[in-house]
Design a protein around this ligand. Sequence first.
Ligand code: 5MM
Length: 342
Amino acid sequence: MDDKTKELNAIATAMVAPGKGILAADESSPTIGKRFAALGIESTEENRRSYREMFFSAEGIQEYVSGTILYDETIRQSASDGTTFPEYLKKLNIIPGIKVDTGAKDLAGHPGEKVTEGLDGLRERLAEYYELGARFAKWRAVITIGDGIPSDYCLEANAHALARYGALCQEAGIVPIIEPEVLMDADNTMETCYAVTDKTLHTVFGALYRAGVKFEGMVLKPNMVVPGKKSGQKATVRQVAELTLEVLKKNVPASVAGIAFLSGGQSDQEASAHLNELNKLGGAPWPLTYSYGRALQTAAMETWAGKPENRAAGQAAALLRARANSAATYGKYSEQLETAGV
Ligand code: 5MM
């Protein structure tokens, strides 16, 4: 490894340190607006700021969270004591990260498929985010399963964008989280999810290799292999873990610094149980941890509900999920942890 790759590898290794995972708090304003609206919370800039502060200031959260993915608005905001959020997190030994894609847009000529945008001006944006304190970044590609899709073209377009993003991040001294998400919303079986995840990862790693992305200086954020939500198919925790590990072993070089899963719409408990089983299986050449958005935040957001008087209860809900998923990185999660006090 050259010196630059060693530096990237040190950050990436810290992101997937034992017992720790990544908090995906990078909802864009439209997405957090939707989440707030469902709970009757007004999506003002101050509400978004104080929600994030509630989460970041939960006492002891740094024992379970290695890094937090921020959104452009959040990286420029401050905690109540005036410390900017990146500084606030750094003091807690939590690495600040930043979402740099500008969203998944319709792929021209390919109905039902998306391509993620955000490459124009990315070199300059990364330089600014580095100055603001970001040491890792995230880019999410969205792959939809449906009638005749995903097309090869969609996979290639998204892999190409992920690879260009990854190379630009590493040039800037920022660790890229490479997130190719195969959605779990459709009526497909888990065998189809496996096949599409297989092809997606194969295409992505080919593009990363050709772009010269250093695997030691990146973190992969994949979906797990699960049945589509509308399929009616039931899978055991063991089946999900086995197929997920199998498809990763088939496609992900052992030199990748770590794997941090997305939750993708799984329930809080499913996301913890699946990660736990993956770690219990053993034999993975990479650390396996979490980079959950919904599966870490839903309970806390519901409990907080935009009311200052619910702050402590919201923090307790946040800590419960963080602690459960931390235990899952050791294969030590159990249902008792769901009811134990924090
Ligand atoms: C937190 O949500 C992230 C950003 O979403 P938008 O770009 O739609 O605003 C999202 O990329 C998230 O980081 C991943 O999907 C993982 O979150 P889940 O909820 O799947 O664990």
